[in-house]
Design a protein around this ligand. Structure first.
Ligand SMILES: Cc1cc2nc3c(=O)[nH]c(=O)nc-3n(C[C@H](O)[C@H](O)[C@H](O)COP(=O)(O)OP(=O)(O)OC[C@H]3O[C@@H](n4cnc5c(N)ncnc54)[C@H](O)[C@@H]3O)c2cc1C
Length: 304
């Protein structure tokens, strides 16, 4: 019954006033400002975790919006460097103009990559939905030639990913491996959970066996366990890979992975454009919205 209510709550999110959605979504974002993100990075550092900072915003349509995001990333990099924070940055290509103009997105990325290179900070290009898969990989491969500290993301639900990995391995690309969050047609993406887990394991195996660095981004114990088995079999030292998790998701698993001696990085998003990101997170786990509604109505405990 409660899972039905949870799904119902998530299904009606577009009708829910944003301040209420913000209350559901608060756990997934550091806050609205860079100061909030810095505070979160420090808290995670105290736990032994590293961070990657994401300036929220995506699929923008105006050039000025992409420039504002670029400038905010430049500010983030200044602060990371000045305060010597254990963090890098993650950037969504459509926030910098991938859907507007190929020249614009390249100019914006180059400006951020130059600044990241100056402070030896790594820059991860996030992967968005399938209309952007090829252009994102091409962009990452192009930038990697000029800036070694650039990496990209691959999605285990995509049927093409094992093939894409050949190009990425050839470029010695640092790759984040995740399941993938966007709704894709079955012709492009596996729909069966077990098949996605198997593909995730195969991608981890292929990338690590080739001697390339991997960010293993999952909260799925099956994926974590399979990755650790591969790491053990290949006898990899902890500087050859890292686990990655989202802010607000399963802190117990986070602490367990860290306690076992693996490195772990948390995705720390912040900014005023929190809505789309947060709705994706709530759809991923409708019980969060359900728990919050029940706690607001005083009919059950809030999710810890
Ligand atoms: C660091 C990081 C970066 C990512 N970057 C990208 C990207 O660039 N492109 C992209 O498409 N996707 C990205 N993702 C999202 C990813 O593709 C998955 O959608 C997400 O990680 C959930 O998949 P899972 O492997 O955790 O498995 P799931 O089977 O979805 O989840 C496993 C368990 O984790 C918990 N859990 C998962 N999600 C939530 C949630 N939102 N709230 C509460 N509990 C939850 C639940 O207990 C669930 O049973 C990223 C994920 C991480 C961790």
């Amino acid at each position: 019954m409660s899972s039905l209510i949870d799904r119902l709550v998530v299904g009606t999110l577009p009708l829910v006033p944003r301040p209420v959605v913000f209350r559901f979504a608060r756990r997934y974002i550091a806050g609205l400002t860079l100061d909030d993100a810095v505070r979160t990075v420090r808290e995670l550092e105290a736990e032994g975790a590293m961070s990657t900072i994401d300036v929220l915003g995506e699929a923008v349509t105006r050039r000025e919006q992409t420039e504002a995001t670029r400038d905010e990333y430049l500010r983030v990099l200044d602060v990371l460097s000045a305060q010597r924070l254990p963090a890098n940055v993650s950037v969504k290509p459509t926030a910098l103009g991938l859907s507007i103009d190929p020249k614009l997105v390249r100019e914006n990325f180059r400006a951020i990559c130059r600044k990241a290179a100056e402070s030896e900070t790594f820059l991860r290009i996030d992967m968005e939905d399938s209309p952007f898969t090829e252009s994102t990989l091409a962009l990452a491969l192009e930038l990697k030639e000029e800036f070694p500290n650039v990496g990209v993301v691959v999605q285990a639900y995509m049927r093409r990913t094992l093939r894409d990995l050949d190009r990425l391995v050839a470029a010695r690309m640092n790759v984040r491996i995740c399941k993938g969050i966007y709704v894709e047609p079955r012709a492009l993406a596996y729909k069966d959970r077990q098949v996605v887990i198997e593909n995730f394991a195969a991608i981890v195996e292929k990338h690590l066996s080739a001697g390339c660095y991997a960010g293993i981004a999952t909260h799925d114990e099956a994926c974590v366990q399979r990755a650790i088995a591969t790491i053990d079999r290949l006898k990899l030292s902890p500087d050859r890979y890292e686990f990655q998790m989202l802010l607000g998701v399963d802190p117990l698993l986070r602490r367990t992975i860290l306690a076992a001696g693996h490195r772990l990085r948390v995705y720390v998003p912040y900014g005023k454009d929190w809505y789309k990101y947060s709705v994706r997170r709530l759809k991923e786990n409708p019980s969060i919205a359900g728990h919050t509604v029940r706690s607001i109505l005083g009919i059950g405990p809030a999710q810890s």
